[in-house]
Design a protein around this ligand. Structure first.
Ligand code: NAD
Ligand code: TYD
Length: 355
């Protein structure tokens, strides 16, 4: 076994932030980055790693067992950090099939490949190996206004094909610990935001539309609540859980930042009014209320006290500092955004927002 770790989905939003943060540290262990490069994966995000021998990229589907076996045999990683997934709720409503395939069949295939590799390690290697599964708070379903935050013991009640497929993958990971003893860890995180966020998601979509003078499409009454976490705080939490988490345990990760969607969009507009003012009006004037998402969860809120108590993790960014950094990043990185706004993404915008 080497010191390298195998990361799946490392060309996507959170995976790429994780890879970049990890390798920023001098002497960091190497990364085998396994990504299919779907519409959401982008090698340009990893451009700064060109020539860095610690980063090996493999364009591979996690549903391809033979390819995974080869990667495990060639690189002998000490851990897997599993980000790869179909991740957008609205896309899961239009086409759930890919979500079942990647999130459930893909996670199963990766678990099987990891189990076979782990089974062949010596006792020291077996004890040191980790399989960390990155999941979401959406598996817990929707909270009422006065319900307590989601804790690690909250029951699963997923409401979208996305969250149902992630819930299934969480259950498989758990089962591999109890049935086969595979040393697994699971994190369930709230909504992330930050650099390299694909512009189909709320925050980058609103920044892009605001800058382009387009409507800002708020679903329903805009009072759905999400609990926002800056992406590098999520990456730090994953590093802590990987290093010191208790085997078989799940850890909730969240920023204690419950906001309505309307609050988020207002704050974004105000930041843009300050950083990129329009001649005679506010970006708020672009807000438009549109048809609600079917099965739209009303409120998510994470109780992250277990992670703080056991591993000492706390978010470094507040919502205000993180959102300001994010808006500034999008202003400074319009070339990245333009690159992502390919023909394919334009087709999605037409399908989702044309009405
Ligand atoms: P993303 O959609 O930005 O990136 C997903 C990445 O996985 C892409 O690079 C894509 O090419 C890759 N991928 C997709 N299918 C694949 C396959 N079959 N084989 C190999 N690679 C494949 O997603 P994200 O927002 O970075 O989310 C990463 C993980 O974190 C997901 O598991 C998601 O459920 C979880 N999560 C996300 C959030 C959030 O707010 N974005 C919050 C909590 C948890
Ligand atoms: P999203 O970024 O898709 O994350 P998730 O659904 O996984 O929480 O959406 C965040 C919230 O923003 C969610 O309540 C749906 C809402 N939303 C809009 O109001 N308009 C939009 O165009 C999008 C993409 C999302």
């Amino acid at each position: 076994m080497t010191r390298d770790i195998l990361v799946t989905g490392g060309a996507g939003f959170i995976g790429a932030n994780f890879v970049l943060d990890w390798l920023r540290k001098d002497g960091a262990d190497g990364i085998i980055n396994v990504d299919k490069l779907t519409y959401a994966g982008n090698r340009k995000t990893l451009a700064s790693l060109k020539g860095d021998a610690r980063h090996i990229f493999s364009q591979t589907d996690i549903c391809d067992r033979a390819a995974l076996d080869k990667l495990f045999a060639a690189h002998k990683p000490r851990a897997v950090v599993h980000f790869a997934a179909e991740s957008h709720v609205d896309r899961s409503i239009h086409g759930p099939g890919e979500f079942i395939q990647t999130n459930i069949v893909g996670t199963f295939t990766l678990l099987e490949a990891a189990r076979a590799y782990w089974g062949g390690l010596d006792d020291v290697g077996k004890a040191a190996f980790r399989f960390l599964h990155v999941s979401t708070d959406e598996v817990f379903g929707s909270l009422g206004p006065n319900d307590p935050h989601f804790s690690e013991t909250t029951g699963y009640q997923p409401n979208s094909p996305y969250s149902a497929s992630k819930a299934a993958s969480d259950h498989l990971v758990r089962a591999y610990y109890h049935t086969y003893g595979l040393p697994v860890l699971t994190t369930n995180c709230s909504n992330n935001y930050g650099p390299y966020h694909f512009p189909e998601k709320l925050i980058p979509l609103m920044i892009n539309n605001a800058l382009a003078g387009k409507p800002l499409p708020v679903y329903g009454d805009g009072l759905n609540v999400r609990d926002w976490l800056y992406v590098s705080d999520h990456c730090a939490a994953i590093r802590e859980v990987l290093a010191r988490g208790r085997l078989g345990e799940t850890y909730n990760v969240g920023g204690w930042n419950e906001k309505t969607n309307l609050d988020v969009v207002h704050t974004l507009c105000d930041l843009l009014d300050e950083l990129r003012p329009k001649a005679a009006s506010s970006h708020r004037d672009q807000i438009t209320f549109v048809k609600d998402r079917p099965g739209h969860d009303r409120r998510y809120a994470i109780d992250a006290r277990k992670l703080e108590r056991e591993l000492g993790w706390k978010p470094a960014e507040t919502f205000e500092t993180g959102l300001r950094k994010t808006v500034q990043w999008y202003l400074d990185n319009q070339a990245w955004v333009e690159d992502v706004m390919s023909g394919d993404y334009r087709n999605w915008l037409t399908k989702q927002y044309a009405a």
